[in-house]
Design a protein around this ligand. Structure first.
Ligand SMILES: [Ca+2]
Ligand SMILES: [Ca+2]
Ligand SMILES: [Ca+2]
Ligand SMILES: [Ca+2]
Length: 324
């Protein structure tokens, strides 16, 4: 409560005040290197990213509970865009001359190629036993899924426009969909087989969806300024974040875990990571220096992002529960 001591007063005034001091200490995940470390993803204490220290991009992982770093791929072609759920890491892999989805199982130490089609497969996301990705085998982008328990691959969308940037939580797959002439957010439920459009605004692009439980967030420029929208699948209620008025600031790349939403925000004149708690409406600034911070991801209380404060791209993390 100490952190948000002025919150009640702030709410009375109709604005949201964020804590002036840092919530918790941030830490550099990656060893200092002139090579780029990009595209972080996180599940619990395990952080994965794409790392160019070998002269080409590979996937690396660091477990913050043990401090141990592990190189996941060593192939000389490009491995990028990792995602992680439990003991499984997935990524986009160019070793076959086109993009495919690969997986590494931390339990067995085994790597497997999940797609073999000559067209491109990109941007995997994983939750439990289900992997989703965007796939160009039909001549336009569609969403595909693979159930690791049944080893069954499914085509989720068939529309001739592009469907891409998928995210998954439980039975719900969400993605960015261009079928209406601009981008909207759609959802497919693996249990019911039903597809629905979530974003209600006809104008502007709704993009970069993220999902946790029943909460979907996306970037939304319906009012010609990028903002963050949260949509609750259980109630159908959509709301803009945060409640504080910073209409001239652009907001990008949201990610959600439980009640916490993080995004990139330009209100301070540079790119910072901000946090909004959906239950309290309270907002916090996560990064404090004037460097660029972007591509945030979040799992539980742990936030990760890409950061250039040291002059080259590195991965940083903050555990909101770390009071040390
Ligand atoms: Ca590589
Ligand atoms: Ca392929
Ligand atoms: Ca399509
Ligand atoms: Ca739209």
């Amino acid at each position: 409560m100490r952190k948000f001591a002025s919150a009640a007063t702030a709410m009375l005034l109709g604005v949201t005040i964020f804590a002036p001091s840092v919530l918790a200490a941030d830490k550099q995940v990656t060893a200092q290197s002139a090579a780029a470390q990009i595209e972080p993803a996180v599940d619990g204490n395990r952080i994965v990213w794409a790392d160019k220290r070998s002269g080409n991009y590979d996937i690396y992982m660091r477990d913050m509970s043990t401090g141990q770093e592990r190189q996941i791929t060593s192939d000389s072609s490009k491995q990028v865009d990792p995602a992680i759920s439990g003991n499984r890491i997935v990524w986009t892999d160019y070793r076959n001359g086109n993009a495919d989805i690969y997986m590494f199982d931390l339990t067995t130490g085994e790597e497997s190629q999940l797609t073999t089609n000559d067209a491109g497969q990109w941007n995997p996301a994983i939750d439990g036993d289900t992997i989703v990705w965007e796939d160009e085998r039909g001549g336009n982008l569609d969403i595909y899924s693979l159930n690791l328990t049944t080893n069954r691959e499914s085509q989720i969308t068939t529309n001739q426009a592009d469907q891409y940037a998928p995210a998954i939580a439980g039975d719900n797959i969400v993605w960015q969909d261009d079928r209406s002439g601009n981008s909207d957010i759609y959802r497919y439920n693996l249990s019911t087989g039903l597809e629905s459009r979530l974003s209600t605004a006809d104008n502007g692009d709704q993009s970069s969806p993220s999902i946790s439980g029943n909460m979907v967030v996306w970037q939304d420029n319906r009012s010609d300024q990028d903002q963050i929208v949260a949509y609750d699948l259980s109630t159908g209620v959509e709301r803009q974040l945060p409640s504080s008025a910073t209409p001239d600031a652009k907001k990008w790349s949201p990610a959600v875990a439980g009640d916490n939403v993080v995004w990139v925000d330009t209100r301070d004149g540079n790119w910072n990571i901000y946090l909004c708690n959906l239950a309290t409406g309270l907002e916090s600034r996560i990064t404090t220096d004037s460097a660029r911070h972007y591509e945030p991801a979040i799992s539980g209380s742990r936030i990760v992002w890409e950061d250039n404060r040291s002059g080259s791209l590195a991965i940083y993390t903050m555990d909101l529960n770390d009071n040390s």
